[in-house]
Write a protein that binds this ligand. Structure first.
Ligand SMILES: [Zn+2]
Length: 433
C-alpha cells in the first residue's frame, strides 16, 4: 500500500480543488480518499506531500514514438511545398529507415520524455515498413521498461503495396490478441483513407471484429484526404469509413482539420473521438480545425512532437484565440481531461477522477500558485502557469515510476545509445532514395 499524505486534489472535470486530502493506493487502484487517513505501517510506504497538488494522469491521445529520433534531423531532405510532399520527403523515408534497435531507442526516449512531462498514457500510432512483424512488441518493451501506459497500433497502408498492407493487418491482430491486461492495450491502426484501397478497408473491418479493438486513423489532416475520397469513391470521408463499419465508440480519428459538417455528424453519431494536434497542424501548415467545438469527444495529442501536454494545451488554446475562436481555457482543460475518458474505452477501470476505485495513474506537482487556484480557474492556471517543469512525481498503475524528478534507472547510457541510433537512422535515410 502507498499513502499520499496532505495533498491538494486537482480534478479537471468537473474542475475542483480540495485541500488537505490523503490518498491511499493498494495495488493499481486508489482505495480511499479522505482527511486524516490512518497511517500505514512499514513496509507500506507513506509520502508526506506537504500540500503538493495531485491530478489524475495526463493522456497524450495521438503520438508517433517512431519519430522520437527525428528531432533536429540532419539528412538530405528535399524542401516540401505541400502536405503530401512532407510525407514523401520526410516521414515516409524516416519510417522505412527504422529497424528494431532504432525503434527500441525511439520508444524508450519517447516514454522517458512522456513520463518526465507528467504524461501517464500515450496513444501511439506506429509505422516501420522495414520492420513490421514484432514492431509493436518492441514498442511494448520500451513502454514497460519505463512504466508508461499506452494503446499501440500499426499503421496499415497501401502505399508500399498489398503485401506490406497485409503484414500491417497481421501485426495489429497479433498484438491485439496478446495485449490484454497490464499497461498496454491495442487499437487497429490505419494511416489515412487516401492511402487505403477497398481491400484494406475490408481487412481493417475484419480486424476490428476479430479483436474488439477500435480504429486509430488520420482523418482529414489535409484537404487532400477529403478530396481523394470524393474523387475516387464519390463519398465523404466519414461516410466511406462508416460504409465499412469502421466507426464506433472506440474510434480515434486524428486531426479532422477538413471534416465537413456531415463528417462531424457521423463522428458524433458513432460517439467517436477526434484528437486535435495543434502544434503538428501548425508545423505542417494544413489549416486550422475551426469546427472542433462541434465535435462531442475532442482530446489532445502531439502527433510526434514529444509528449508534453502542458505545452500542447497552451498551443491549442493560443492558436484558437489567434483564429478568433469562441472557446476558453476551461474548454481546453476539458479536452485534455477527455484523454482519460478515451482510456476508459480501452482499459478496465476509471481514470477520470481521484476517488476510491479509480486506477492509480497520478501526477504530483510542486506548482506554487501566486494567485488563488480554485475549480473555476484551473484552466487559466494550466494555460498561463503550469508546465512540464511543475511535474515532480508520477505514479502509473499504482507504481511510482518517477520520483522527485528522478527515474529509478540511469539515463546517461540510454541517451548515449539513442544518439548513436539517431545517427544511424539519419544515415539510412540518406541511403533510401
Ligand atoms: Zn499522426
Amino acid at each position: 500500500m502507498l499513502l499520499l499524505k496532505d495533498v491538494r486534489l486537482l480534478q479537471f472535470l468537473p474542475p475542483e480543488v480540495r485541500d488537505g486530502m490523503d490518498v491511499l493506493i493498494d495495488g493499481n487502484r486508489i482505495v480511499k480518499v479522505g482527511r486524516n487517513l490512518a497511517p500505514v505501517s512499514a513496509p507500506e510506504r507513506t509520502i508526506d506531500l506537504a500540500g503538493n497538488l495531485v491530478s489524475p494522469g495526463i493522456v497524450c491521445s495521438h503520438n508517433h514514438f517512431y519519430s522520437a529520433l527525428a528531432r533536429g534531423i540532419l539528412a538530405d531532405i528535399k524542401p516540401a511545398t505541400d502536405f503530401v510532399s512532407i510525407l514523401q520527403n520526410l516521414w515516409w523515408r524516416l519510417d522505412r529507415a527504422i529497424d528494431e534497435e532504432i525503434l527500441y531507442y525511439s520508444g524508450l526516449i519517447g516514454a522517458i520524455e512522456a513520463v518526465r512531462a507528467g504524461t501517464t498514457a500515450v496513444i501511439d500510432h506506429h509505422a516501420s515498413p522495414g520492420f513490421i512483424g514484432g514492431s509493436l512488441q518492441t514498442l511494448r518493451k520500451a513502454f514497460e521498461e519505463v512504466g508508461l501506459r499506452g494503446i499501440l497500433c500499426y499503421e496499415v497502408t497501401d502505399r508500399n503495396g498489398g503485401s506490406q498492407m497485409r503484414q500491417g493487418i497481421d501485426e495489429n491482430i497479433r498484438f491485439a490478441q496478446s495485449a490484454k491486461g497490464g499497461l498496454l492495450e491495442a487499437a487497429i491502426g490505419a494511416h489515412a483513407a487516401f492511402t487505403l484501397g477497398e481491400e484494406a478497408l475490408s481487412l481493417l473491418s475484419e480486424a476490428l471484429r476479430a479483436t474488439g479493438s477500435g480504429l486509430h486513423i488520420h482523418a482529414a489532416e489535409d484537404s487532400y484526404d477529403s478530396a481523394a475520397s470524393h474523387h475516387l469513391y464519390q463519398m465523404d470521408l466519414m461516410q466511406r469509413l462508416e460504409s465499412r463499419n469502421l466507426l464506433d465508440a472506440k474510434t480515434i480519428c486524428a486531426h479532422g482539420v477538413h471534416l465537413t459538417a456531415a463528417d462531424i455528424g457521423k463522428l458524433n453519431e458513432h460517439d467517436c473521438f477526434l484528437v486535435h494536434n495543434a502544434r503538428s497542424n501548425m508545423n505542417n501548415g494544413v489549416g486550422y480545425a475551426e469546427k472542433m467545438g462541434a465535435v462531442r469527444n475532442v482530446a489532445l495529442g502531439t502527433d510526434g512532437i514529444g509528449s508534453d501536454m502542458f505545452e500542447e494545451m497552451k498551443f491549442a488554446y493560443f492558436k484558437h484565440r489567434d483564429a478568433g475562436g469562441p472557446l476558453w481555457p476551461a474548454n481546453f482543460l476539458a479536452f485534455l481531461h477527455n484523454g482519460t475518458r478515451l482510456l476508459e474505452r480501452y482499459f478496465p477501470g476509471s481514470f477520470q477522477r481521484i476517488e476510491a476505485g479509480s486506477v492509480a495513474d497520478l501526477v504530483i506537482y510542486d506548482y506554487r500558485n501566486p494567485t488563488p487556484l480554485v475549480g473555476e480557474n484551473i484552466g487559466g492556471h494550466m494555460a498561463f502557469g503550469f508546465s512540464a517543469g511543475s511535474v515532480k512525481t508520477v505514479i502509473i498503475n499504482g507504481s511510482i515510476v518517477y520520483e522527485d524528478r528522478r527515474f529509478p534507472f540511469d539515463l546517461d547510457p540510454i541517451y548515449e545509445k539513442a544518439n548513436r541510433a539517431a545517427k544511424a537512422l539519419w544515415k539510412r535515410m540518406d541511403e533510401i532514395s
